[in-house]
Design a protein around this ligand. Structure first.
Ligand SMILES: [Zn+2]
Length: 111
């Protein structure tokens, strides 16, 4: 989906080896999976409002990028996890909304 910098100092380690993606991307991918499970269990939760779960990730990323502060790997993981859930919730809401629109368009169109 997007490139990860894979910096070892920003990655978790397992048995002395760094993860293939950084701690933030680990959180994002875990969030995608968790978001899908949440969507199956609690279907109506998906909403355009899920996009607000990206706010902590943006704040953590941008304040570090602007060198206002230094983040930590656990914080990168948690904000990535929330962001991943938010992306899934928003994407599913968008797909659902477009599907409903197309269904209503097809059902009202006569040939
Ligand atoms: Zn990454």
């Amino acid at each position: 989906m997007f490139a990860c910098h894979r910096r070892p100092d920003r990655s978790f380690f397992w048995k002395g080896k760094p993860f293939p993606v950084c701690s933030r991307c680990t959180g994002l991918y875990a969030g995608y999976g968790l978001g899908m499970m949440l969507a199956f269990i609690f279907w109506p939760w998906v909403s355009y409002g899920a996009i607000v779960l990206l706010v902590p990730l943006l704040i953590d990323s941008l304040t570090q990028y602007w060198q206002w502060r230094t983040s930590t790997n656990p914080l990168r993981f948690v904000t990535g996890l929330l962001g991943g859930i938010g992306i899934v919730g928003f994407a599913l809401w968008l797909a659902y909304t477009v599907t409903l629109f197309l269904q209503s368009y097809v059902s009202t169109t006569s040939y």
